[in-house]
Design a protein around this ligand. Structure first.
Ligand SMILES: Nc1ncnc2c1ncn2[C@@H]1O[C@H](COP(=O)(O)OP(=O)(O)OP(=O)(O)O)[C@@H](O)[C@H]1O
Length: 929
């Protein structure tokens, strides 16, 4: 090996060792606590500062300072964070998105605190703990990897750790002290952060912003190892370190030279982009916590106060006015987060990139340096820059389509870091750039007026996005993504819209910020700013435009009057505390959701074992009769709903009731007369229910043929056929794990079967997503609560009416009346309403889109007897009106009372089909009393 290659390899191993240490620390903390510690880099920076303080400022011996820093401070910091920040969160319900916000808060707090204590400038005199050769560092990394792997695999603590990671509640029930496990995880993670910071500080800039970011860039190695495998993380880190080092020898020529060099020098960032954007997302799919995105009610008169406060700087002069110029610009940037995060519920840590691109493009356009475009006056340049940056919103909008929570946080953070490193930090893009203010607005006062005008425009744009149909759809997306999709909201396009609008607003604000400073300063759009802005908007009421303006004033004001870092420290502190604030109505909603976990009143045990059949024909008649009597009233309301079509239907129940077996005659359009088919065809004579008139059945609205679905290698559904004819209620019953929900998901579009076909009116819809099926006329409800808690009851229903098969505003009132949700109830937020009411809200939302097929997953879960009776009446009335209904249900009394056809599932197959009396009684006979 040539000496240059050897030297570069050694240098690469050194960098790779530091990255490997970070990867080990992040993975161990994540595995012990489920938290991706965004504050890891900030802890590294604080430890490096403390070591320097002890050695350089106080003259301590290096070994003593290192021992105190690495063995006391670093683990102590981890334990304090676990004890004071993350443990209370996990006790409160362990919402992973909440812990993500908290860890960003800790990052911002430590960065702000360090800037306050040690100033914002870089220090060049960090003490060198290990000589500038890689062997020592490499040895540390390898010993740590082997040690931690051995502990996790072969010790009791390792088993406890794995148990806590798998299921914390279960582990605690099994006698494991989960808090101790988490505390050890945090202590170890912080220790590795400390070692990383101390090792890196002498060779990179030690400053409050640069070092944490540098450390966080290498989060990529942990993500590439899927937050699991330490050897993979170490291998990737060393490999990338060496490759990055070797690439410095490349000196390509031509137009791509600077870009290639940038890639070579930032290989960890390339890995971060690939790991966060291309590889499947890591972590949970949880959205932002509702407490973090909830709309904070605006106090009366607050807007008047805000207007007066924003006009005040017009009376300022000199430095005060010059500083104030930053506030409206930052306000516009933060408004972009209100749209994306506050209203749309999407984590976006990369808004600083769009703000910076807005400023950069404006400067390039105004200077005539933008490729292919002529030189433009500043205001025109600003407008064109906003238009150019807006479509770049897909950089974060596209990953948001398939990612949520931690995975989305990482993806947007990666985009922020990528743009910063590959665009803002490159001299070819930014050298010699200046950014002037528009002609006529050069003075601070005139420019401030211009900013206020543009801020007002931005506020109107944000208001337009947060109101009406789009605003409701965004709120629905934020509150419950699957529920929104089931209501017909085009979730992917809506996410793109949110991110594109957010990018445009951020670009406008960023350009205004740059013009205010009369320069393009890459540091003003650093990814650390992205984290700070995100935290500021979240803590001051993410879905509040006024909150964004207050945050802008706070961030500028706090840093202007005192030492830099105060704003970050204050925002960080608030972000750390945000998850511990009372959750108000959302807590009530969570309680309601808990209550909604299905209470199994009657459960079929696996076939071949004892089955409790609780059905006696005589017993079935009483509730049936009562329910059918009630149908008349509902049918009248339904008739109004359907424009009188069901007048005849309203009378039918009485006729049905006279039938000896309580069976229902076929309703809806006459069809070719194929029997409702399960895997086992109905036995002769099982066609029309006893007592019902014989004759052809209507053509099924929804059919499934040969459905097979898998979870990994496990086949959950195998060759299932099902027909849902109009005007009939079809029930699917079976023991737990039989595959009922999987079948339901295949029909609703939330799971794509591996084989088989789903048809709606003969059209193949197997590949259609859930929202597209809703728009065709297939509505669904959920086994667990899927309402939009921040919207009122009426708005919940309105989302269904606006996004469903037929956009019919009149459907809202009719459906509210039908389900007795009119009156004062309609104006109440869904959060905190009782379970039975929420079930009706969800059903009303599904009905408001005028569906032709209604899929109900355990509709009676969590309801009391009266509520079940009322639900039964409504469902029968709907069927009488021609809707095809599928009910997946454990309550056999309800199934017997409600269904026309019953299919029994076991082990992923339909094993029996027919009318409820015959099928369910047959089980009773087979199983004995
Ligand atoms: N996401 C998943 N990943 C892996 N296996 C799954 C998943 N969802 C369901 N399964 C498995 O598939 C089988 C069928 O599950 P499914 O939820 O469809 O049954 P079910 O009849 O609806 O049960 P339950 O009445 O308890 O809801 C079960 O063995 C279940 O453990």
């Amino acid at each position: 090996m040539s000496s240059l290659t050897y030297d570069l390899t050694l240098a690469g191993l050194s960098v790779g060792s530091a990255a490997a240490l970070t990867g080990i620390g992040l993975i161990v903390t994540y595995r012990a606590t489920g938290v991706l510690n965004f504050a890891h880099g900030a802890i590294a920076m604080v430890c490096a500062y403390v070591l320097r303080q002890c050695v350089v400022e106080w003259g301590w011996p290096l070994w003593a300072a290192a021992a105190v820093t690495l063995l006391v401070l670093a683990p102590g910091l981890g334990v304090v964070l676990e004890r004071c920040v993350f443990r209370p969160l996990s006790v409160l319900g362990s919402d992973p998105a909440q812990t993500l916000v908290a860890s960003i808060g800790v990052f911002v707090l430590l960065v702000g605190g360090a800037a306050l204590l040690w100033g914002q400038g870089a220090r060049e005199d960090a003490p060198e703990l290990v000589a500038d050769e890689p062997w020592g560092q490499l040895a540390v990394v390898l010993v740590l990897t082997a040690g931690v792997t051995a502990v996790i695999r072969w010790t009791r603590f390792g088993r406890e750790l794995r148990a806590v990671v798998d299921d914390r509640e279960l582990a605690v029930l099994g006698g494991i002290d989960a808090d101790r496990v988490a505390a050890v995880g945090w202590a170890f993670g912080s220790f590795t952060a400390g070692v990383t910071g101390v090792l890196l500080a002498p060779y990179v800039r030690l400053d409050p912003y640069g070092l944490p970011l540098l450390v966080m860039e290498v989060v990529a190695v942990a993500v590439a190892a899927r937050m699991r495998s330490l050897p993979v993380a170490v291998g990737v880190a060393l490999g990338i370190g060496v490759a990055q080092s070797q690439l410095t020898r490349l000196h390509p020529s031509g137009w791509g030279e600077p870009l290639l060099q940038a890639v070579g020098a930032n290989l960890f960032v390339v890995l971060l982009l690939v790991a966060a954007l291309v590889l499947p997302g890591v972590g949970t799919r949880d959205a932002l916590p509702r407490t973090a995105t909830a709309r904070v009610p605006t106090p009366p008169g607050a807007w008047i106060v805000a207007v007066v406060l924003f006009l005040l700087p017009l009376g300022f002069a000199g430095r005060d006015l010059h500083t104030s110029v930053q506030v409206p610009a930052l306000g516009v940037i933060l408004l972009s987060l209100v749209v994306v995060t506050g209203r749309g519920g999407q984590i976006s840590l990369g808004q600083a990139a769009y703000a910076g691109l807005g400023a950069l493009f404006t400067a390039l356009l105004a200077a005539g340096r933008f490729p292919g475009l002529p030189r433009l006056p500043e205001l025109a340049a600003l407008a064109v820059a906003v238009l150019l940056v807006a479509p770049l919103g897909v950089l974060t909008g596209w990953p948001a389509i398939g990612r949520q929570g931690l995975a989305l946080a990482l993806a947007t953070f990666a985009v922020g870091v990528g743009v910063s490193r590959f665009v803002f930090a490159q001299p070819y893009a930014t050298a010699g750039l200046s950014l002037s203010r528009p002609a006529g607005f050069d003075g601070d006062r005139a420019y401030y007026v211009l900013e206020l005008v543009l801020l007002a425009c931005a506020l109107l744009a944000a208001r337009a996005l947060r109101r009406g149909r789009t605003g409701r759809a965004l709120a629905a997306l934020r509150d419950h993504e699957s529920g929104a999709s089931a209501a017909g909201v085009r979730v992917p396009s809506l996410k793109l819209l949110a991110f594109v609008s957010g990018a445009a607003l951020a670009a406008l604000g960023g350009a205004l910020l740059g013009m205010g400073l009369r320069a393009f300063d890459p540091g003003a759009y650093d990814p650390v700013r992205g984290l700070l802005w995100f935290a500021a908007v979240v803590v001051l009421g993410a879905d509040s435009t006024l909150g964004a303006l207050a945050a802008a004033a706070l961030l500028v004001g706090l840093d202007a009057g005192t030492r830099g870092g105060v704003a970050a420290a204050v925002i960080g502190l608030l972000a750390v505390l945000v998850g511990r604030l009372p959750a108000g109505p959302y807590e009530a909603l969570r309680t309601a959701a808990e209550r909604l976990r299905p209470r199994r009143r009657t459960t079929l045990t696996p076939l071949g074992t004892r089955v409790r059949a609780r059905l006696r024909p005589g017993e079935r008649e009483a509730p049936r009769r009562a329910a059918l009597t009630g149908v008349t009233a509902v049918g009248v309301a339904d008739a109004a709903h359907r424009g009188g079509r069901s007048t005849a239907a309203a009378g039918r129940p009485t006729a049905r009731d006279e039938g000896a077996g309580g069976g229902r005659p076929p309703r809806g359009r006459p069809g070719p007369g194929r029997a409702v088919a399960g895997r086992t065809p109905p036995a002769p004579g099982s066609g029309p229910a006893p007592g019902g008139p014989p004759g052809p059945r209507p053509a099924p609205a929804l059919t499934a043929r040969g459905l097979r679905a898998r979870y990994g290698s496990f086949t959950a559904l195998d060759g299932v056929d099902l027909d849902l004819p109009p005007g009939r209620i079809t029930a699917v019953v079976g023991p737990n794990g039989a595959g009922k929900s999987t079948l339901f998901h295949c029909l609703a579009g939330t799971l794509r079967p591996a084989r088989g076909v789903v048809r709606f009116d003969g059209r193949d819809i197997t590949r259609l997503p859930a929202h597209a099926r809703t728009r065709l006329g297939i509505a669904r409800t959920f086994q667990q609560l899927a309402v939009f808690p921040t919207l009122t009851v009426a708005d919940n229903v309105r989302v269904g009416a606006e996004q469903g098969r037929v956009s019919d505003p009149g459907a809202v009132e009719r459906t509210l009346r039908l389900l007795r949700l009119d009156g004062p109830l309609r104006a109440l937020p869904a959060a905190g309403l009782p379970t039975g009411t929420l079930r009706r809200v969800e059903l009303a939302r599904a009905l408001a889109g005028s569906p032709r097929v209604l899929l109900l997953d355990e509709p009676a879960a969590g309801l009391d007897t009266e509520e079940v009776a009322a639900l039964t009446r409504v469902l029968k009335a709907l069927a009488a009106d021609g809707t095809a209904l599928l009910v997946v249900e454990h309550d056999l009394d309800l199934v017997a009372d409600l269904a026309d056809d019953v299919h029994v599932m076991a082990a992923g197959r339909i094993v029996a089909s027919g009318p409820p009396g015959r099928v369910l009684d047959a089980f009773g006979t087979a199983a004995g009393p």
